[in-house]
Ligand binder design. Structure first.
Ligand code: KIV
Ligand code: ZN
Length: 516
């Protein structure tokens, strides 16, 4: 392993998927994994196979279908977890088992309270050390590529941590990951911990030292970078910083910090940064978790200059206020590209320039949508095209389609909706009233589709571009019988976008196998 290269370990599909509200189907995870491979990540943590049938299946499919990166699966330091992880991973060209056990006193006290792990803290710690070593040895019997994590390393007694790290490297761990599980540490402190490990663990150079930082105090990226300066050569991170609670270190921030400040770090990654923006959009689209506008690197405002002084500065010389170019992350500056008179050829050419790879069928559907939009809206921007294409590319079979929508709403009136929904040959008409036009429409659709038990747990609307004729994109999160889906719909009419998002969610319930 070159020492001037940082391994990018993406855990969007495992830790990222533990974000509150994220709900990805197996198919969606496979789609994201293919995009992560295009982005050039070194390792994809595809899931935690023993935790559910869906996690197992996603890991298995990714292991089998996605080529390029190492495919990792998570397992507690117990035999059954490791066996199950291997079952899911064995089809991969480059499989990795990632096993972990908690090492901080506070975790040990609550997770290993039973006397079977020892009666005193000292006895428990000895047992945990043995379990870690046994787990690594067992994983090694399946694959040479084994990663070990002492969970909550950030709050673990450093002496004990050094002993655990030395023992698992002796047992054959090729990567040792140091997680700041609770996002508790400060950058100097976390960097200091990595420095201590390099000083005190005699066999440390036989393994790659990795870091995995959570963002509870907003320091996940700073802590990861501090660790890199002390010799860590793998960073675990997620697209858009998704993850448990406040999330994990954001991949795009780590990668661009290393690139922009190469003068400090002198290190490279294998990431094709021009795929960053597209990956961020895809993950936001499929998880239903939008990126905050002021998010570094991929937020809508990351390259926007509002004040006159800044605009003037950037126009004269970009570098006055920009430390990186939007093109570096694959973001073209917004410009009018197409309109009512642009034909099929122009639309296809622009899609290619934007890097979208559509099947013929997807292209035809996207083109129809584009023509409808161009009829309503004079100027069609790249962002509009992205919204259309994302909607078409990840569409499940349309069991229900909207045939007719009529809304009556206004001050002093009772909002009512009439809908006609097609299911195959049958068209069902229903009407309902509600608290507002969207509520009325959703009630009518539930009746028309017979899916009355579906609950709306979240609703969000955003304008794809600016102006009153802009395309509105609605995201809904729906729940039924313990299953969760995300639906999206776009239209220049926000009520129609709301209805399309709801129907998209219902179609997902019908199309996606019961997997969680
Ligand atoms: O945060 C954490 O400690 C983890 C481990 C399983 C690596 O996610
Ligand atoms: Zn984590």
């Amino acid at each position: 392993m070159q020492n001037d290269r940082v391994i990018i370990f993406d855990t969007t599909l495992r830790d990222g998927e533990q974000s509150p509200g994220a709900a990805l189907s197996v198919e969606e995870k496979v789609t994201i994994a293919h995009q992560l491979a295009r982005l050039g990540v070194d390792v994809i943590e595809a899931g935690f196979p023993i935790s559910s049938g869906a996690q197992f299946e996603a890991t298995r499919r990714i292991a089998q279908e996605v080529e390029g990166p190492v495919i990792a699966g998570l397992a507690r330091a117990v035999k059954e977890d490791i066996d199950r992880a291997w079952e899911a991973l064995k089809g991969a060209k480059r499989p990795r088992i990632h096993t972990f056990i908690a090492t901080s006193d506070i975790h040990i006290r609550s997770k290993f309270a039973s006397d079977k792990y020892g009666r005193t803290m000292e006895e428990k710690k000895e047992r945990i050390l043995e379990m870690a070593v046994e787990a690594v040895r067992h994983a090694k019997s399946y694959t040479p590529d084994v990663e070990f994590s002492p969970e909550d390393a950030g709050r673990t007694d450093p002496d004990y941590l050094c002993r655990v790290v030395e023992a698992v490297i002796d047992a054959g761990a090729t990567t040792v990951n140091i997680p700041d599980t609770t996002g508790y540490t400060m950058p100097e402190e976390f960097g200091g911990l990595i420095r201590t490990l390099f000083k005190r663990v005699p066999n440390i150079h036989k393994a790659i030292i990795s870091v995995h930082c959570h963002n509870d105090l907003g320091l996940a990226v700073a802590n990861s970078l501090a660790a890199v300066r002390e010799g860590a050569r793998q960073v675990e991170c997620t697209i858009n910083g998704l993850g448990e609670r406040a999330g994990n270190a954001a991949l795009e921030e780590i990668v661009m910090a290393l690139k922009v400040r190469r003068d400090i770090f002198g290190l490279d990654t294998g990431i094709n940064t021009k795929e960053i923006y597209r990956t961020s959009r895809l993950v936001a689209h499929l998880t239903g978790i939008d990126v905050q506008p002021n998010k570094a690197i991929v937020g809508a405002n990351a390259f926007a200059h509002e004040s006159g002084i800044h605009q003037d500065g950037v126009l004269k010389e970009r570098a006055t206020y920009e430390i990186m170019r939007p093109e570096d992350i694959g973001l073209e500056r917004s410009r009018i590209v197409l309109g009512r008179h642009s034909g099929r050829h122009g639309f296809r050419a622009r899609l290619e320039e934007l890097g979208y790879r559509l099947s013929e069928e997807e292209f035809e559907r996207a083109y129809e949508k584009f023509k409808e939009l161009a009829d309503k809206k004079k100027e069609v921007y790249d962002e509009d095209i992205a919204a259309i294409v994302e909607g078409e590319m990840f569409r499940v079979p349309q069991t229900f389609t909207l045939e007719y929508l009529h809304i009556s709403s206004g001050t002093g009136t009772i909002p009512t909706a009439t809908v006609k929904v097609r299911k195959g040959e049958e068209v069902v008409q229903e009407a309902a009233w509600g608290d507002g036009p969207v509520d009325a429409a959703y009630k009518a659709i539930k009746r028309a589709t017979g899916m009355e038990d579906v609950k709306l747990s979240d609703y969000a609307i955003r304008s794809v571009t600016s102006g009153t004729e802009a395309l509105g994109e609605v995201t809904v999160r729906l729940e039924a019988e313990g299953r969760k889906v995300v639906g999206r719909g776009t239209s220049t009419d926000i009520i129609e976008a709301s209805v399309l998002a709801f129907l998209d969610g219902l179609n997902k319930f019908v199309a996606l196998p019961r997997e969680r």
